[in-house]
Design a protein around this ligand. Structure first.
Ligand SMILES: NC(=O)c1ccc[n+]([C@@H]2O[C@H](COP(=O)([O-])OP(=O)(O)OC[C@H]3O[C@@H](n4cnc5c(N)ncnc54)[C@H](O)[C@@H]3O)[C@@H](O)[C@H]2O)c1
Length: 330
């Protein structure tokens, strides 16, 4: 069963999948993850959804409510394996399989690179057979530590190619290069979204997978110290999950997005310290903030320029940070 908080948003997202996806076959790699499972929910009422995930960072509980749905099929598979074969043809492929949590990918750099390189190649080769529309989930991390903030899609990035984050950052850059090569050489209908920090219900809170928002929430709710890496002056821009998913659906279904790259995020930039203080206030927590050494190559600022998606596709986020945090807390 979906919680009410998720159900309300999913209801609106389902409407936006529109008639374009009705009866279509949709493959979602990484569909048991945070964003992937929201996409499964958004398409399953109208389309046939195939979710391929090896549960590296995803969780079965994100999709367990879909198990009995005849329009939903789950396969526990590694999409970067040479043996991976999808035995069906698809109208849409949403390629999200990845290991996006810094603590996790730094522990598994080879698997992280493999899914962005071989995994993306496998997906694109499959696409050559069935000619679907492909949405690649890329990341703001392709910009590295940007010299231009807010960062537009035209900025080429400032990435340390051999640093501890390179397995993810460079992996996403190769993924994008592969997608554009297949677009240019074979005419595949590829669309790329560079997603900035997204949070909301189902984001993993625990262990190596925990990212800032869920980690701070878990620490605040149990009145434990909130751990900030570095001074906390580094900034991020947090986008509520339903906003990110609505942008992904728009890019997938709008024909003007063919061959295009879009930033997806909320341009409201705040410091990590401000984020921690906001969560402490909203949870009425007694937690204090403690500082740990700064992460290697941690970007100093992160804020999207969303002019392109706003003017071309008419998308902008609608959920303010406090409202999104309250929904996440619920
Ligand atoms: N959430 C964010 O803030 C954010 C920001 C930028 C980019 N992204 C991108 O969006 C996508 C989804 O991210 P998320 O936040 O939902 O993360 P997530 O970790 O919850 O989801 C990723 C999913 O991919 C699966 N996966 C990993 N390797 C795989 C493999 N080899 N074969 C099959 N499945 C595999 C994982 O098990 C997981 O379910 C990723 O591509 C990520 O890089 C997310």
């Amino acid at each position: 069963m979906l919680s009410r908080t998720i159900r309300d948003d999913v209801g609106k997202l389902q409407k936006s999948t529109s008639r374009l996806a009705e009866g279509q076959r949709v493959l979602i790699t990484g569909g048991a993850g945070f964003l992937g499972s929201w996409l499964c929910d958004s398409f399953v009422s109208i389309a046939e959804v195939f979710c391929h995930d090896n549960l590296a960072t995803g969780q079965l509980k994100n999709i367990s409510h879909l198990k009995a749905n005849e329009h939903f099929r789950f396969r526990n598979v590694d999409v970067s394996s040479p043996e991976w074969k999808a035995n069906a043809d698809f109208d849409f492929i949403l390629h999200l399989a990845s290991r996006p949590s810094p603590a996790d990918y730094q522990k598994h750099p080879i698997e992280t690179l493999r899914v962005s390189t071989q995994g993306t190649l496998n997906v694109l080769e499959l696409a050559r057979r069935c000619d679907p529309i492909i949405l690649l989930a890329s990341s703001s991390e392709v910009y590295g530590d940007p010299a231009v903030v807010p960062t537009p899609e035209t900025y080429w990035g400032n990435v340390n190619p051999v640093g501890v984050r390179s397995c993810y950052d460079e992996g996403k850059r190769v993924s994008e290069a592969l997608a554009m090569a297949y677009y240019r050489q074979y005419g595949l209908d590829v669309r790329i979204v560079r997603i900035f920090n997204t949070y909301g219900p189902r984001i993993r809170a625990k262990g190596a997978y925990g990212r800032a928002v869920p980690r701070f929430i878990a620490q605040a709710l149990s009145n434990r110290p909130i751990t900030i890496y570095g001074s906390g002056k580094q900034t991020r821009s947090f986008c509520y999950v339903a906003d990110t998913i609505s942008a992904m659906i728009k890019v997938l279904l709008d024909k003007r997005a063919k061959g295009e790259i879009f930033n997806v995020g909320n341009p409201n930039e705040i410091s990590i310290l401000e984020l921690a203080n906001t969560i402490v206030r909203l949870t009425r927590s007694r937690s204090n903030v403690i500082h740990e050494p700064e992460g290697e190559d941690d970007p100093k600022r992160r804020c999207p320029d969303i002019s392109k998606i706003r003017s071309k596709l008419g998308w902008a986020p609608s959920v303010k940070l406090e409202e999104g945090l309250k929904r996440t807390l619920r």
